[in-house]
Design a binder for this molecule. Structure first.
Ligand code: NAD
Length: 313
């Protein structure tokens, strides 16, 4: 049986699959759509990250496909209905990169609240912006507002509580009576109340119709003017132009974005010379450790599925 891997995967996990299957591993396939379409023609398994678009068109080119492994968790690049119609199993690496994302959120929050870490160029030039950077803020007694309180939101909450944050969350998918609120010590708020109170707002929702453009100019205007916004969830949830305007106008304290409406960004994007901004290339969930965990989980699950073994619970 044949497995196509179209984006990067940890070597040990690829080797494990090669022991049992005919594996085509080409991390550049994602950028060669014609070759990708040809490669999947006789494949039973396909393994992707977030960049390969598993569209109805690609699925139609893969008549023997039984399973799609996703080296990550968001499923917005996969046509789930087309997979369900064909009984193709889709397996995400649930939980395997949560810690990487949660640590990214904490690091970004601390950098942006404190402010001083963005002074490298000034200091190297011989400037000494000590007075300007002596107003940085600590985490203790600050409020972290989580929009989406699933796996990553919950892990982020527990790391943040260890630093002294009070954590609140908005998640209409979790009833107020759910034990998770008492178990985690996180207070459930409406979105408006969260926006009005939080010093740091971090997004942990999937990209779906109810979250598309959720953080537009109107939503951003409801945040504290000194608040920090962190988006590790998905591009398309935050209006990038509105965010750039708010940061330029000093109507927001700072932002960290790991995900964008279009990845990579176009050169004429909204972010030139925007202050108090951290941009990273969709790496919040990718560390040396998480790449190993994610790859191992998907190798086990996709391999097991093709061998007819029962999935993990
Ligand atoms: P999860 O499914 O465990 O939790 C998502 C939560 O969002 C659920 O509790 C759900 O009820 C809630 N939700 C849905 N719609 C909502 C809305 N309109 N408002 C508020 N809450 C809503 O997912 P997770 O594992 O915590 O991951 C969250 C997202 O993070 C993923 O969908 C993925 O897009 C993104 N992610 C990004 C990276 C990265 O590298 N940047 C890595 C991993 C995950």
């Amino acid at each position: 049986m044949r497995i196509i891997i179209s984006e990067f995967m940890d070597t040990a996990a690829v080797t494990q699959l090669q022991n049992d299957f005919d594996v085509v591993y080409d991390p550049a396939l994602v950028d060669k759509p014609d070759e990708l379409h040809a490669a999947v023609a006789d494949a039973q398994g396909l393994i992707v990250r977030n960049r390969t678009q598993v569209s109805a068109q690609l699925l139609a080119a893969a008549p023997a496909l039984k399973v799609v492994g996703r080296l990550g968790v968001g499923l917005d690049n996969i046509d789930m209905k087309a997979c369900a119609d064909r009984d193709i199993k889709v397996i995400p690496a649930t939980g395997a990169n949560s810690r990487a994302v949660a640590e990214y959120v904490i690091a970004s929050a601390m950098m942006l609240l404190r402010g001083g870490f963005l002074s490298t160029a000034d200091v190297a030039r011989g400037d000494w912006p000590r007075a300007r950077l002596s107003e940085g803020r600590e985490c203790g007694e600050k409020i972290l507002g989580l929009v989406g309180f699933g796996g990553i939101g919950r892990l982020t909450a527990s790391l943040a509580q260890g630093l002294g944050f009070t954590v609140v969350a908005y998640d209409p998918g979790i009833p107020g009576s759910a034990p998770v609120w008492a178990e985690t010590g996180v207070r459930q708020l409406s979105l408006d109340d969260l926006l009005a109170q939080a010093h740091v707002v971090s997004l942990h929702v999937p990209l779906i119709e109810s979250t598309r453009n959720l953080f537009d100019a109107t939503t951003l205007a409801k945040m504290r003017t000194d608040a920090v916004l962190i988006n590790t969830a998905r591009g398309g949830i935050v209006d990038e132009s509105a965010l750039a305007d708010a940061l330029r106008a000093g109507r927001l304290g700072g932002a960290a974005l790991d995900v964008f409406g279009q990845e990579p960004l176009k050169t004429d994007n909204a972010f030139a010379d925007v202050p108090n901004l951290i941009l990273t290339p969709h790496i919040a969930g990718v560390t040396a450790e998480s790449n190993q965990r994610v790859s191992q989980m998907i190798a086990d699950e996709v391999g097991g599925c093709l061998k007819g073994q029962a999935p993990r619970v």
